[in-house]
Structure formats: structure tokens, C-alpha cells
Ligand binder design. Structure first.
Ligand code: 8DG
Ligand code: MG
Length: 136
């Protein structure tokens, strides 16, 4: 039996000292939880290209300035994810839930109390430690 492995481009989108989150639809893997918007990197695609594409598809924005933040692997019982997480500090367009999902801006203090996928704990920890986010 082979375990499914997915490479995911993830954006920590920051504006006015707040972070943009989206709620995963209930029927999806890790549904009903808040996520940093993003999605699967297609084969042969650069991570940053995947990030730009996914943010356009899901949130309706065009990322202009991004920087690598951290990577992590996590094994869910049903699949393995490799999250390639980038800060997005500049974008054009108006954010919306382009796939009908709920979205919202949260301060770091608010974000720590939200339900996230199990893989996300190190990301949330790193955000709380990182002054470039709270000052961006
Ligand atoms: N975008 C995102 N995905 C996350 C986070 N944390 C986490 O465990 N994941 C997992 C959930 C999913 O198994 C996977 C992302 O895949 P996805 O199903 O959303 O991929 P996608 O947007 O390309 O969706 P689709 O085209 O396959 O419908 O990564 C996170 O913070 N953001
Ligand atoms: Mg997605």
C-alpha cells in the first residue's frame, strides 16, 4: 500500500498586521478548519508559480512579493503533506472566497485560538515568534 504524498504551496498573507485565513470546506481533507490559503504544486511547476496560481484561484489575489518562511512534513493517517510556506507581504486584487469558502483577517493574537489542521502547529508557533509578521 502506498501513502499519498502531496507537495503544497502555502501563503501566510500579511497586511496591516493581520493574516488572511480561509476555512476549508467541510467535505475536504481537514475540513471545517482554518488554513493558510494554498494548494497542490503540479508536477513540473515551481513552488512560487503554484502559490501565485492557487492564491488567484482560491482568494482572487495576485501575490507580488513573497519570501520563503518555512517548510514542514506531516503524516496524516491517510496522506503525507509537505508544506512549502511563504510569506506574502504584497498583493494586488481584492481578497474573496473564490470557491465559496469563508475568509477572514486575523491578528496573531486571534489566530492562535483558531482550529487549524494538525500539521499547522509549527507554523502558528513560528508566526507568534516572528516580529516581521507582527510589524509588517
Ligand atoms: N492550503 C493549505 N493546506 C493545508 C494546510 N495545512 C494542511 O495540513 N494542509 C493540507 C490539507 C490538504 O491535505 C493539503 C492541501 O491540499 P488541497 O486539497 O487544499 O489542495 P488544492 O487546493 O490544490 O485542492 P484541489 O485542487 O486538490 O481541490 O494540505 C494549510 O494551512 N493550508
Ligand atoms: Mg487548497
Amino acid at each position: 500500500m502506498s501513502v499519498k504524498r502531496v507537495h503544497v504551496a502555502v501563503g501566510v498573507i500579511i497586511r496591516n498586521q493581520q493574516i488572511l485565513l480561509a476555512k476549508r470546506h467541510g467535505h475536504l481533507h481537514q475540513g471545517g478548519k482554518w488554513e493558510f490559503p494554498g494548494g497542490k504544486v503540479e508536477s513540473g511547476e515551481k513552488v512560487t508559480d503554484a502559490l501565485v496560481r492557487e492564491l488567484q484561484e482560491e482568494i482572487g489575489i495576485t501575490a507580488i512579493t513573497t519570501s520563503p518562511f518555512m517548510t514542514l512534513s506531516y503524516d496524516y493517517p491517510e496522506k503525507q503533506v509537505y508544506l512549502d510556506i511563504h510569506l506574502v507581504t504584497e498583493f494586488t486584487g481584492t481578497e474573496c472566497g473564490a470557491e465559496g469558502q469563508e475568509i477572514g483577517w486575523f491578528t496573531v493574537a486571534q489566530l492562535v485560538n483558531l482550529p487549524f489542521p494538525d500539521a499547522n502547529k509549527p507554523i502558528v508557533d513560528r508566526i507568534t515568534e516572528n516580529s516581521t509578521i507582527t510589524l509588517a
